[in-house]
Write a protein that binds this ligand. Structure first.
Ligand SMILES: [Zn+2]
Length: 298
């Protein structure tokens, strides 16, 4: 990654173009779309009781194994024109849609946290030099924060595709535990610690981060029970990663969007799950919204 910088600054006409930023966003999209391709496998196989690890992907109509190059996220579906290579039966557009959405989520979080440097935890000062810090000074904490948030959001997409019946409380508990371990290892990527520093909260940054992570997870779980915004596991995972402040806003907005949506379509519950979109918007836009609020009500 460090060697990218001299190579990218080589073409003289490209001096004014933000090449590093563009490469970072494209790489983030490809990485997210690849995870989205795995989300498709999970959403197809888990309800059928099949393993998500073993066995190659097959066409549901003719059973022929899908070739690796047809399995490239987004591109594979486009090159095939949305049809199976051997039997020409149509492949659902949901596959390319899920891959593109997961790619866009990863790229949007990268734009906010890696390019713009306005990452959660939202109490940390903003920095416009996040990419420089990563490339020149090998500070990989923004990359870790981005990976944590993008993985967590893509997991929310998978959970909303599986629906209530296969929501998987065990997967949510494992995810909360992994987020807790990541937060204890790197306190600056987790939810904001309980301020003020000298309050009743632990002095050690690791303990403070762990407390904030568990408090966020518990808040998400309780909010899911209270608002019916999403299933308890999904909000518990979100709360562990972003803290009780953000998960509260996301739960309330999601509940409102959900009730407006089911009123408009007259299909309670069957409407699409707004949680991944609202959670992504909260992570990407938290700092600008907070700045706007502070300008309006100083
Ligand atoms: Zn086929």
């Amino acid at each position: 990654m460090v060697s990218l910088t001299p190579w990218l600054s080589m073409p003289p006409w490209a001096g004014s173009l933000p090449w590093t930023e563009a490469v970072v966003l494209v790489m983030a999209f490809v990485w997210g779309a690849t995870l989205g391709s795995f989300v498709n496998v999970v959403a197809y196989r888990v309800p059928r009781g099949e393993s998500v690890v073993t066995g190659s992907s097959r066409c549901p109509a003719c059973g022929v194994a899908i070739r690796p190059r047809d399995n490239i996220p987004v591109v594979g579906w486009l090159l095939l024109g949305g049809r199976c290579r051997s039997c020409r039966s149509p492949i659902s557009s949901r596959y390319i849609l899920v891959e593109a959405v997961c790619g866009l989520i990863a790229a949007a979080v990268a734009a906010a946290e890696l390019v713009d440097g306005r990452s959660l935890p939202w109490l940390a000062p903003a920095s416009g030099q996040t990419l420089d810090r990563m490339l020149m000074h090998h500070d990989l904490r923004p990359l870790a924060a981005w990976a944590l948030h993008a993985c967590m959001l893509i997991m929310l997409v998978a959970r909303s595709l599986l629906g209530e019946g296969h929501a998987g409380g065990r997967a949510a508990r494992i995810a909360v535990l992994l987020i807790l371990l990541a937060t204890v290892a790197l306190p600056s990527i987790g939810p904001p610690g309980m301020d003020p520093a000298g309050g009743p909260w632990p002095e050690s940054p690791r303990l403070r981060a762990a407390t904030a992570c568990l408090a966020g997870s518990a808040a998400g779980w309780l909010l899911a029970r209270m608002t019916a915004a999403a299933n308890a596991g999904s909000l518990a995972v979100l709360g562990a990663a972003v803290g009780w402040q953000t998960v509260t806003v996301v739960a309330v907005v999601t509940a409102i969007v959900r009730s407006l949506g089911s009123r408009a379509t007259r299909r309670p519950g069957a409407w699409f799950d707004p949680l991944p979109a609202v959670a992504t918007a909260a992570i990407v836009c938290w700092r600008p919204i907070r700045t706007a609020c502070m300008l309006a009500w100083p």
